[in-house]
Design a protein. Structure first.
Length: 119
């Protein structure tokens, strides 16, 4: 069992920045993919950014050029640096990870962290 630990959400003014982090403590073989989704009120959950299998990164079009995902493999942690935030970025941000353990591959989700951008 892997319990993702998220931090870094909060309230920021438009144009500001926030940095989210997500750690995956526990014992497992490897992490196949890890990243961030978000869900705004009344909207479906959407991919924001992630590291995919092989180490490639993918970003939602709406955040390209403003958000950067990075990782620390030694700490099994990913970070999401969010710059030039707009009110449209307001959402609950969820970390997720595809973890390969001794009992197979499973997907885990964090509890979510609120990001609120005021205009």
């Amino acid at each position: 069992q892997v319990q993702l630990v998220e931090s870094g959400g909060g309230l920021v003014q438009a144009g500001g920045s926030l940095r989210l982090s997500c750690a995956a403590p526990g014992r497992f073989i490897s992490i196949a993919a890890m990243g961030w989704h978000r869900q705004a009120p009344g909207k479906q959950r959407e991919l924001v950014a992630s590291f995919t299998t092989g180490g490639r990164t993918t970003y939602a079009d709406s955040v390209k050029g403003r958000f950067t995902i990075s990782r620390d493999n030694a700490k099994n942690t990913v970070y999401l640096q969010m710059n030039s935030l707009t009110p449209e970025d307001t959402a609950v941000y969820y970390c997720n990870a595809d973890v390969i353990g001794w009992d197979g591959r499973r997907q885990y989700w964090g509890q979510g962290t609120q990001v609120t951008v005021s205009s």
